[in-house]
Design a protein around this ligand. Structure first.
Ligand code: EPS
Length: 385
């Protein structure tokens, strides 16, 4: 059973989003400011639509934290939807006549399959929960993981590596370089790509189209030994892939050199081992992306994710009304052109959830000081091994 257990609830235009994470060790510094920082990072990005002008996500902590410190009890969070003010009647939990009923499923969304599966004839009952709005709470709970990981010297950061067909030069970017993307409107390390991407987003918007892309998440400062080869579900890259593919619109995940290593011989793929007295073992390169045998190597963890273009197109694709069975061309009122910069922050959150769980599995413990002591002892052992 997972040690770090979390869940979210809430609809996109409902009163708000709620989340609980259980397994958070006691005595981890925790504040609303820490969580709000990640929430506002998720809301940035060139190419977002009108909704982001409405929402200014702010967390309320409902349990598990007292005077800036976790208690060891479940951490409970709430983020209100400001847009609910415009939807109070339509999204009311009280009895009433449904309005703003949706009978026209949008291609590429959960609308049609969700309606069939849950036997809804108002597809709003599907799209409200299938909306990427839900990732707000993943990020809020992920920030709780960030607070924990940071105390152990682990930093998880991501950046955009492509939008549409514009790619950032492929390099082994440092933590400082990735942190430098904080002020980039498209969250990229490279100024030329930044401008080209913004122009591409403008062009796409004019055409009523949308753009996908790729992003990379790295974790720095990880100990050796998270995950395991002894059982299929304990291989850490499997858990990471599942977590990342669970983000709406994500279609592929790579670890380290990923797909590209299928094209070249083994001598160009594997990382030579190096040893130095006092430092212990390391690798001379990191094409494995920080994982060998389903276990972290102590090198930076590197994962990349591909996001499909958003399905809400201003220029419509064909579909059928589920009641009249008449064909129609889907029309929408507002949409993002791209959300790849925001997806980076969601990707960081998902990686942090997986790492928090793996750390608790490896080191156990109920409080931060207890875990810190074990992690330090483990580090000393690693340097001497
Ligand atoms: C989304 C559609 C848009 C996005 C939304 C996800 O919202 P609306 O339907 O209200 O215009 O803005 O993203 C968020 C609200 C968010 O917080 O990221 C969708 O259909 O998934």
């Amino acid at each position: 059973m997972a040690r770090w257990q979390w869940m979210t609830a809430g609809e996109s235009h409902g009163p708000g989003l709620v989340g609980i994470v259980d397994g958070v060790p006691a005595l981890v510094p925790m504040t609303t400011a820490l969580i709000n920082t990640d929430l506002s990072r998720r809301q940035k990005g060139y190419g977002r639509g009108g909704r982001m002008a409405i929402e200014k996500d702010q967390v309320e902590i409902f349990g598990g934290v007292r005077h800036g410190m976790t208690l060891g009890s479940p951490v409970a969070l709430l983020v209100k939807n400001r847009d609910f003010a415009n939807w109070a009647e339509s999204m009311s939990p009280e009895e009433g006549t449904p309005d703003r009923v949706v009978t026209r499923p949008r291609p590429g969304h959960a609308d049609l399959v969700g309606g069939v599966k849950y036997q809804h004839r108002d597809l709003r009952n599907v799209l409200e929960r299938a909306s990427a709005r839900e990732t707000t709470m993943r990020v809020a709970l992920g920030a709780v993981a960030r607070g924990f990981l940071r105390e152990l010297g682990i930093e998880v950061r991501g950046h955009v590596t492509s939008i549409g067909d514009i790619h950032v030069p492929a390099q082994d970017y440092t933590l400082a370089e990735i942190e430098g993307t904080e002020n980039s409107p498209v969250r990229v390390v490279d100024k030329d790509s930044e401008e080209a991407m913004q122009r591409a987003i403008d062009r796409s918007k004019e055409a009523g189209d949308t753009l996908g892309g790729t992003f990379e998440v790295k974790a720095f400062g990880l100990p050796v030994g998270l995950g395991s080869y002894v059982q299929w579900h304990r291989r850490i890259e499997g858990a990471l892939a599942q977590a990342l593919l669970s983000i709406p619109a994500m279609k592929a995940v790579e670890v380290g050199a990923g797909f590209s290593q299928a094209d070249v011989p083994g001598s160009a793929v594997h990382d030579a081992i190096w040893w130095e007295k006092g430092q212990g073992f390391t690798r001379l390169s990191n094409r494995a992306g920080g994982i060998e045998g389903g276990i972290t190597t102590g090198m930076p963890l590197v994962v990349r994710v591909a996001m499909k273009p958003l399905s809400t197109l201003l220029a419509p694709l064909g579909s059928f009304d589920i009641e009249s069975k008449e064909p129609f061309l889907a029309q929408v009122e507002r949409s993002d052109v791209t959300a790849v910069p925001a997806a980076v922050v969601v990707g960081e959150a998902m990686v942090m959830h997986v790492l928090a769980d793996a750390l608790l599995e490896k080191f156990g413990g109920d409080s931060l000081p207890e875990i810190l002591e074990r992690v330090h002892r483990w580090g000393a052992y690693g340097r001497e091994y």
